[in-house]
Write a protein that binds this ligand. Structure first.
Ligand code: FDA
Length: 570
């Protein structure tokens, strides 16, 4: 036993935290503790089912946080889901395995970070254990480029066990050809435009969800140097006695165990926060790291003045378009189409490019105002310029349109706007860790985001109304032509979208990896600015959205972080 002292304490045994726990404990000379608020869900059928997306929602493994009323969307608040379990949000998510556009990862380097697509690709591969499609899966549309993938990594990735037949992928191929959208052999190679039958984090032969615990923890749980504390909720970081000559250094963490008693663990080396983008910034604040004005309001002694903790919160929005259907397919493969700015806006693209460009100064003003004045205007403007360039110069995909195979009389197409500019924030509302936080994603703060989602849902409608798919989806039920007529103006679409959208649960950037002067909280070594040994490794650090879904990139980033942390202590 190590009593209560470890080299590394990892706060949060989720998607990112378990990658770190695994890789750091590979070295038998390093001791590692994982402190996880939730329990093991190894045998929980709401988790293990590879076709049961949504079953875990509203159960005790779903935090179901509430946002503040959303000022730009009818003052309604949103449910912000996240997983409370060993494995974190990977135990309740949609299992989509899709990475990013090359330029979105290269944008890290534009902010001074030593991360590029080429360097991260090694870690995408290191994490991944792709299960090659069977002959039948290949016939039903599963394709990949072998040189983009890893086959030996811990994270099992594959195509659904029961894929949809009836030539449905051929139907879509002809439909998208008519829309001018090509087949993409492998959207995980950094170029996402086109349509594809995407892989997921599931094990096709066992027909089980693959989550972070199944991939990175359970097969390694026997390691003597890796200790797991379940049902243990970290309240705050504890600090070494302050000296004037060195940076503040964490001594460990204080946590509440299952009985509610407060306990402490001590760290020889680092405390690493991997509690997710809606918790890690709050732990920093409760530990005295953040905006002194906010901390003092709740009686917390400021330790490190870092006003951007909890700022820069970004999330995408999503919704569902519905039809009747005269085709009843079985199987669970979904079909994803990714569209860029030209696919969505056609001849209007140039006008939009100029509109966005000329709006950036005013948008930066608005973002600064909504941050309570903490954001640096020049920096926000620079971030918006980079985002503009990704959208209009690099032509990253901005829209995701996901067709579900029609069954039982109905068809459904989900749509996502992928590159919103809006920025909100998250802060504590009390020194007490069990009090709900103030979480404001600020959806639709900036007008581009409305245009992007309107353009995206119109693409979904166009998709449903293009033959041959059209022949199987006779009547639109949602929104319905009575609610949003053909050729409805943007305002009519916007009103419907704002009353029906939901969070895409892709919250990022609340402890962003970028220079401190630009609003960053960590450097590319994941160290919190101004601290000797506190790091953040989770979705909080992503400075920009990625057009894929988050876990593929988070697993890769955590793999990289493990190497960086090992090297720092070598
Ligand atoms: P993650 O949430 O995984 O881990 C944080 C861990 O910290 C949790 O285990 C939590 O219990 C623990 N914790 C929190 N507070 C603590 C405390 N005080 N003390 C101790 N432990 C604490 N992505 C994707 O790639 N494909 C998809 O299909 C989807 N679909 C999807 C659906 C839904 C419903 C959601 C909510 C999200 C998705 N996502 C997704 C997003 C993706 O799953 C998500 O971004 C990542 O799993 C987040 O990983 P992190 O490591 O940042 O945190």
């Amino acid at each position: 036993s190590y009593a209560n002292r470890y080299d590394f304490i990892i706060v949060g045994g989720g998607t990112s935290g378990l990658v770190l726990a695994n890789r750091l404990s590979e070295d038998p000379n390093l001791t590692v503790a994982v402190v996880e608020a939730g329990d093991s869900v190894f045998g929980n059928p709401n988790v293990t089912s590879s076709t049961g997306y949504g079953l875990a929602f509203g159960t005790d493994i779903d935090y179901a946080f509430q946002s503040t009323p959303q000022e730009h969307a009818g003052n309604k608040s949103q449910i912000l889901r996240a997983g409370k379990a060993l494995g974190g949000t990977s135990t309740i998510n949609g299992m989509v395995y899709l990475r990013a556009e090359t330029s979105q990862i290269d944008a890290f380097a534009k902010l001074g970070n030593n991360i590029s697509w080429d360097s991260l690709l090694l870690y995408y591969k290191k994490a991944e254990g792709l299960q090659r499609p069977t002959e039948i899966q290949s016939q039903l549309g599963a394709t990949y480029e072998a040189n983009q993938h890893g086959f030996e990594g811990p994270l099992t990735v594959g195509w659904p066990t029961e894929m949809v037949g009836n030539n449905f992928s051929q139907t879509l191929n002809t439909t998208y050809a008519a829309m001018g959208l090509p087949w993409n052999e492998d959207p995980n190679g950094g170029h996402m435009r086109g349509w594809n039958v995407y892989p997921q984090t599931s094990d096709p032969s066992a027909n089980l969800r693959e989550d972070a615990a199944r991939a990175y923890y359970f097969p390694f749980s026997g390691r003597a140097n890796l200790h797991l504390y379940l049902n243990s909720s970290v309240q705050r970081i504890t600090w070494e006695a302050q000296s004037n000559t060195t940076l503040p250094s964490a001594s460990g963490v204080a946590y509440k165990d299952a009985s509610g008693a407060e306990e402490q663990l001590l760290a020889n080396k680092d405390v690493i926060l991997s509690a997710g983008s809606l918790v890690s910034p709050l732990i920093l604040e409760r530990s005295g790291v953040g905006n002194p004005a906010i901390l003092k309001q709740f009686g917390i002694e400021p330790k490190i003045d870092l006003p951007n903790v909890g700022e820069n919160l970004q999330d995408q929005t999503t919704g569902s378009y519905g039809t009747t259907a005269n085709l009843n397919l079985t199987g669970t493969s979904d079909y994803v189409a990714y569209l860029n700015i030209h696919d969505i806006f056609g001849d209007d693209t140039e006008q939009l490019r100029e509109h966005v460009q000329s709006s950036i100064p005013a948008w930066a003003d608005e973002a600064v105002a909504d941050s309570g004045g903490t954001a640096n205007r020049t920096a926000i403007q620079q971030l918006f310029e980079i985002q503009h360039s990704m959208i209009f110069d690099d032509e990253v995909v901005i829209s995701e349109v996901l067709v579900k195979a029609p069954s039982e009389g109905s068809g459904s197409i989900s749509y996502w706007g992928l590159m919103p500019f809006s920025r909100g924030n998250i802060h504590i509302s009390s020194a007490n860790a069990s009090a709900p936080a103030y979480i404001n994603p600020n959806y639709f703060q900036l007008d581009y985001d409305v245009s992007q989602l309107v353009g995206t849902v119109k693409a979904a409608r166009r998709n449903a109304n293009t033959a041959p798919l059209k022949n199987f989806l006779p009547t639109e039920t949602s929104p319905g032509l009575d609610v949003v007529p053909a050729n409805a103006p943007k305002e009519v679409w916007a009103e419907w979208l704002k009353s029906t959208y939901r969070s895409n649960f892709h919250y990022i950037s609340t402890a962003a990896m970028m220079p401190k002067e630009m609003g960053g909280v960590v450097g590319d070594d994941h160290l919190v600015y101004g601290s000797a040994n506190v790091r953040v490794v989770d979705a909080s650090v992503l400075p920009f959205q990625v057009s894929g879904h988050l876990t593929a990139t988070l697993y890769a980033l955590a793999e990289r972080a493990a190497d960086v942390i090992k090297a720092a202590h070598a």
